[in-house]
Design a protein. Structure first.
Length: 569
């Protein structure tokens, strides 16, 4: 028998069969292992059961953690007071009382290739038990310059390869996968996270702040600071001025904080905050993310300074006006607001044809209100991968004003979101041309089912989300030969009654989701015959839709297809 953390080693050991993946223990297995090691054949005393189960739960199903803590408790005084202390300080107790455990964790880190060590330690900067957004993590790794550039690959692709390597080494846990199977969020076991925090602080890689600024003396050299404190932050500004920080990540969600001094450092390159509004920015900033900002517009003088900015994200800001200087920021990779108004770039006549600035690095642009996709605009963002558009202008009478037929020129566009609040007499889809590179498409508001053939003909489309009356009409019957690569289909709050479809219409479908489609009569029985089908999800629909979903499940199970899962809420 060979045991290893490395996925590829298991494959080399026996190429004829799939390696057995060890899982975490469930609650019952964890409790039994704990009691066996603490009490032997004797049962757990009643007064210790509640706190004992809490201790076991905090081990998160990891046998190593359970055995280590059980060994400690088996030799100690069995009192509620002591066990409560252990439960509240579990990770630090394990680390300080078991050299073998620390050596095992240290060995996994030491055997990492050099290019993965910084990325692995960086996971510890997030709070305990976090569901870490992979999209956010990738942007941070890029901004922190933790990646080794690879020719012909952009840094985001390199970052995702690093993440997969860490997953294959069983150091990172996959929490949630996207609709097409990519890792959407990840996490790390508490023991490994505590190791990352200790190792990072020894190397002065980053410092985690849990209680105010305790443990950080004036003059301490801290490159990166992660704030998890639930205290008010009004005492922090002055303390941070002399730290020469490169990165500040504020995960404190308890109190809103306005700061002008917090990031008033020429060295700072990363600032990520949930609830801090700032009005001044350091010139070397590469990553800025916040929930909201006091100003409804960014001063042109400010953007003119931020020449190194790569990521700009403000999640709760509505109708932010960006100045034309945004088109001069060559390093931009990701720009995302809840809603933003983007001006037209300076004309070629103004700049001169030979001096037109092209934002080659820009990959994400979301969500632009009344975005006009003119050729002059799109030629400046040729490598865009993700685009979100809000159409909401009562002054525009002709949908051709938005020039959506030019989208076909975005040859690398993979994800497109269109929210059409303004209703036109004709369908917007009549004046749109999608690039064949498109993999994910989301609609909100009204179109016509007869125009769906435009969408169905996209050769690489894998995800289709139809929201809020996206398509008008009571019946939808796709054409054979369409949606050849579609894996995920969402119908949410669609006024659809009759859905006519079978395996020939969605030959690659894996996961249809029907959400609050109150008029839909049933899910077509032919959907169950799709060979790739993995699940059917139904939320807030009629009894007849629920019945049809259950019938599909029963029929497939009777044919031996136990793999199919039906989820009904």
């Amino acid at each position: 028998m060979v045991t290893t953390r490395l996925e590829n080693v298991g494959g080399y050991a026996n190429s004829c069969s799939t390696p057995h993946h060890m899982r975490f223990l469930n609650k019952g297995e964890s409790w039994n292992l704990f009691c066996e090691n603490v009490f032997g054949k004797d049962g757990c005393p009643t007064e210790l059961k509640q706190i004992g189960k809490k201790i076991v739960q905090n081990c998160q199903g990891l046998p190593l953690a359970i055995v280590v803590i059980a060994g400690l408790l088996s030799k100690a005084t069995k009192t509620q007071h002591y066990w409560t202390y252990i439960g509240e300080n579990l990770s630090s107790v394990i680390a300080s009382n078991d050299d073998n455990c620390s050596k095992i964790l240290s060995l996994s880190y030491k055997h990492l290739p050099h290019h993965l060590k910084g990325c692995f330690l960086y996971i510890g900067i997030f709070p305990e038990d976090s569901n870490i957004s992979v999209s956010k993590l990738v942007k941070l790794w890029v901004a922190e310059r933790l990646l080794k550039p690879v020719r012909s690959k952009n840094l985001e692709d390199v970052a995702r390869e690093y993440l997969l390597e860490l997953v294959d080494r069983n150091l990172i846990l996959v929490r949630v996968k996207s609709s097409v199977g990519k890792i959407k969020s990840c996490g790390i076991h508490d023991l490994l996270r505590d190791f990352c925090v200790r190792e990072a602080q020894m190397q002065k890689f980053f410092h985690v702040n849990n209680m105010g600024l305790c443990g950080i003396s004036e003059g301490t050299k801290v490159r990166r600071l992660s704030i998890h404190s639930h205290r008010k932050l009004n005492d922090i500004d002055n303390c941070l001025q002399n730290m020469r920080l490169r990165s500040v990540l504020n995960f404190n969600e308890e109190h809103y904080h306005q700061s002008e001094k917090l990031i008033n450092s020429r060295l700072l390159s990363v600032f990520d905050t949930n609830n801090t509004s700032v009005n001044e920015f350091p010139v070397n900033l590469r990553y800025f993310a916040c929930k909201f900002h006091f100003a409804r517009s960014f001063p042109a003088s400010l953007l003119h300074l931020l020449r190194n900015l790569q990521t700009l994200m403000c999640s709760d800001v509505v109708d932010v006006n960006l100045p034309p200087e945004i088109w001069e920021m060559r390093q931009l990779r990701h720009v995302k607001f809840w809603e933003m108004v983007l001006p037209d770039p300076p004309s070629a006549e103004t700049e001169g044809k030979n001096s037109i600035i092209v934002l080659d690095n820009l990959q994400t642009l979301c969500n632009v209100v009344n975005f006009r996709c003119t050729e002059e605009v799109l030629q400046r963002i040729p490598n865009l991968k993700k685009l979100g558009i809000f159409i909401d202008s009562e002054d525009v009478l002709d949908e051709r004003y938005y020039c959506l037929n030019n989208l076909v020129h975005l040859l690398k566009l993979e994800s497109l979101y269109i929210y059409e609040w303004q209703y036109f007499s004709s369908s917007l889809l009549e004046n749109i041309a999608f690039p064949i590179s498109l993999k994910k498409l989301s609609f909100v508001w009204c179109y016509h089912w007869e125009d769906m053939t435009i969408v169905g003909s996209l050769p690489n489309l894998q995800v289709l989300k139809l929201n809020l009356c996206s398509f008008d009409g009571l019946e939808w019957e796709p054409n054979e030969g369409e949606f050849l690569q579609l894996k995920y289909l969402l119908l949410r709050m669609i006024n659809l009654e009759n859905w006519i479809a079978s395996s020939i219409h969605f030959p690659s479908l894996e996961r249809p989701v029907i959400d609050q489609c109150k008029y839909l009569k049933e899910i077509p029985s032919g959907i169950g015959e799709i060979p790739t089908l993995e699940s059917i999800e139904v939320y807030g629909c009629s009894d007849s839709v629920v019945t049809s979903a259950k019938q599909i499940e029963e029929e497939q199970h009777s044919l031996g297809n136990d793999y199919l899962q039906v989820r009904i809420v």
